[in-house]
Design a protein around this ligand. Structure first.
Ligand code: FAD
Length: 348
């Protein structure tokens, strides 16, 4: 089998890159080992223009958001499943001081509103009020399996773990078993740290834990956010996340983080809830919190698309478009995202 690109991984990164390259007319084969706790399968897919306790507008948000909307809507047409949903993010303000900071940082922005009525009085504790941010969710539980099926139907997916010992680099690209490819692009998420060609990139992996809960009688389409975030999944059922840990012995859910998430629920909710499930996954973040993409300086047949960190759903469409333009037409990458920043630093 002969393809232009062999892509390793079908999380958000591999999904968006394979889609963009196929749309541009390239031939693509994806190899993915299904892992139920990969970051893309644990994430709620929230797109939030504002991040952090200081309500900073997310990096490049006004540029990347329109690309994200257009790309996810294109997936909807192609795959026939809902993928993108506009949602209000109902921010419960935790203190007077943070209420003032929020108003100062976000007033005048098109995606920020002060609510005139409170539909949640019966359900939520909110002594300092709330503010609404216009956000969205990407329905990853629809997108990832539907894209997987699409790839399978087009004979463009193999479900296995790549055996790197069987990968050969040659003058025209790479050979992997019966596959010849011009380039191999690793979209391995957190598992990239065991990739011998790219393991010098300084990743700062970040474990996150979430709960799935049922809140009897509580139904909304909004995302509710305070110290924790509630994202609607199905009637009365919510994703509750998430935690952060940079030092962790394994990828298993822990009692400590369950306690943290439950404390957040108790602080927020006036009504009872029931825990259905606890899950954990690892976010693939770089130390500078910017996407990581490019070709290996010594072996340009090998590439990487990673580092989507906490913002995979908003970043991936625009970053995949930039990386595809680089791969197909040699258009320059932004210095902030190019892997050269790590290799240059090592030489210097
Ligand atoms: C708890 C939590 C909550 C999050 N919430 C959000 C959110 O609300 N919004 C948001 O935008 N982002 C969120 N994120 C971040 C987001 O999930 C990540 O940015 C994104 O999923 C990273 O995607 P990826 O494709 O790079 O990696 P992954 O999702 O890890 O995908 C990598 C894929 O590659 C496969 N793979 C790896 N190595 C190999 C190999 N050697 N051979 C074959 N297959 C391989 C894996 O099995 C997997 O399928 C969250 C993350 C976590 C953990």
């Amino acid at each position: 089998m002969n393809v232009d690109f062999l892509i390793i991984g079908q999380g958000i990164a591999g999904t968006l890159l394979s889609h963009t390259l196929l749309e541009a007319g390239a031939s693509v084969l994806v190899i993915d080992e299904y892992r139920p706790n990969s970051a893309s399968r644990i994430a709620a897919g929230v797109i939030n223009p504002v991040s952090g306790r200081r309500f900073t507008i997310s990096w490049l948000y006004d540029d990347i958001y329109p690309v994200a909307v257009k790309t996810y809507q294109h997936f909807e047409q192609l795959l026939g499943v809902p993928v993108f949903k506009d949602r209000n993010i109902w921010n419960v303000l935790p203190s007077e001081q943070l209420r003032d900071a929020f108003m100062e940082r976000t007033s005048g922005l098109a995606y920020m509103q002060v609510p005139e009525t409170d539909p949640y009085e019966q359900f939520l504790h909110q002594p300092f009020g709330a503010a609404v941010i216009k956000g969205a969710t990407v329905l990853l539980h629809n997108l990832l399996p539907a894209w997987r099926e699409y790839l399978k139907e087009h004979k463009s997916l193999r479900e296995e773990r790549i055996d790197l010992a069987a990968l050969k680099i040659n003058a025209d690209g790479i050979q992997y078993k019966d596959i010849s490819a011009g380039r191999i692009i690793f979209c391995e998420g957190a598992q990239t740290i065991s990739n011998p060609w790219f393991n010098q990139i300084p990743f700062l992996l970040n474990k996150g834990e979430v709960l799935r809960v049922r809140i009897p009688g509580f139904n909304t389409e909004d995302i509710i956010k305070r110290s924790i975030t509630l994202v609607p999944q199905s009637p009365e059922t919510y994703w509750v996340g998430s935690t952060f840990a940079w030092d962790y012995p394994d990828e298993m859910p822990t009692p400590e983080k369950r306690e943290y998430l439950e404390a957040g629920l108790q602080q927020l909710l006036k009504v009872p809830y029931e825990i259905l499930e606890q899950q954990a996954g690892v976010r693939p973040s770089g130390t500078d919190r910017r996407p990581i993409m490019g070709l290996h300086p010594e072996y340009p047949a090998l590439g990487i698309f990673n580092g989507l960190g906490t913002k995979g759903t908003s970043l991936a469409p625009a970053m995949a478009a930039q990386f595809a333009a680089y791969l197909l037409r040699n258009e320059p990458l932004q210095p902030e995202t190019d892997i050269k920043r790590f290799f240059n630093r090592r030489k210097g």
